[in-house]
Design a protein around this ligand. Structure first.
Ligand SMILES: Nc1ncnc2c1ncn2[C@@H]1O[C@H](COP(=O)(O)OP(=O)(O)OP(=O)(O)O)[C@@H](O)[C@H]1O
Ligand SMILES: [Mg+2]
Length: 268
């Protein structure tokens, strides 16, 4: 964009700065005598796509489980829209490495399950569930049972389920970890489409630097145990990201930088 197209700067409105969607301050997690996470602070704003990368055992899943309200930090604070997080929040959706669908329910009924869990009427959410399944490329498979779906399709059902109640934030822990490389790549692009259409905020744990660089606005790089934040890498690539993004010089540069940062943080 050339400078001439930039709007003249408006005076700042007389309101407080917007609260971060998620804010972690000096979060530490200790399991017995093992310090899993130490002194982690960061903020995530609305509609951001943030990846978390780091060596195995550095505390990525622990961090996500704390953000989901499934376990509490040993010290420090986690705030969701400025309020301390106390237990699982309705506003937070979670996708695990394996899809964990109920085998006796159809794809649509699996997506609607979260509404039932929250005591909501299924009817209210039926059309949204169908929309999400369509968006995820599953039109025509709504009434299929999980065993009739491929692994990638099951994971897309799990993603739709996490999005059903329109959570402000969706936490994903290695969601494509069990998929083959080709399906995994396709799922990355599909996730980008779902994310941009649903205007959600994603916190995404991955072992794949390529996946992190392709999808993210920012990448949080963690060090080996105890997990600390070593660097936050901003990914300034234009959107939507496409297959050819993977061969752009800037993409290659960012991926190489993240890889070097992880290697530098691998201190046991
Ligand atoms: N419930 C628990 N009780 C005791 N120790 C735990 C528990 N959960 C995790 N840990 C320990 O905390 C550390 C971080 O584990 P975590 O699962 O968060 O790592 P990770 O970064 O997700 O690893 P990976 O990339 O292999 O999935 C590990 O040393 C692990 O042994
Ligand atoms: Mg993990």
């Amino acid at each position: 964009m050339s400078d001439s197209t930039v709007e003249p700067r408006q005076p700042a409105p007389a309101v407080a700065a917007p609260t971060a969607l998620v804010e972690l301050s000096s979060v530490r997690k200790v399991f017995d005598d093992l310090i899993a996470i130490d002194g982690i602070s960061f903020q995530v704003t609305d509609n951001e796509f943030v990846s978390i990368v780091g060596p195995s055992g550095c505390g990525k899943s622990t961090l996500l489980r704390m953000l989901a309200g499934l376990i509490a930090p040993s010290s420090g604070a986690i705030r969701l829209r400025g309020r301390p997080l106390q237990g699982p929040a309705r506003d937070v959706g979670m996708v695990f490495q394996s899809p964990v669908l109920l085998p006796w329910r159809t794809a649509l009924e699996n997506v609607l399950f979260v509404a039932e869990m929250r005591g909501e009427r299924r009817r209210t959410y039926r059309s949204r569930a169908l929309d999400l399944l369509r968006l995820a490329g599953l039109a025509g498979f709504e009434n299929r049972m999980p065993y009739e779906l491929s692994g990638g399709m099951q994971q897309r059902v799990a993603i739709c389920r996490a999005l059903l109640l329109n959570p402000s934030i969706i936490l994903m822990d290695e969601p494509f970890g069990a998929l083959d490389i080709i399906t995994r790549e396709r799922m990355g692009f599909e996730l980008q489409n779902i994310w941009s259409a649903s205007r959600s905020t994603v916190l995404f744990v991955t072992h794949s630097i390529t996946e992190a660089a392709l999808l993210s606005d920012r990448i949080l790089v963690m060090s080996a145990r105890p997990g600390r934040l070593v660097e936050v890498v901003r990914v300034d690539l234009p959107r939507p990201r496409e297959r050819r993004t993977l061969s752009s010089p800037r993409f290659v540069e960012i991926a190489a930088h993240v890889s070097e940062t992880i290697a530098g943080g691998w201190v046991e």
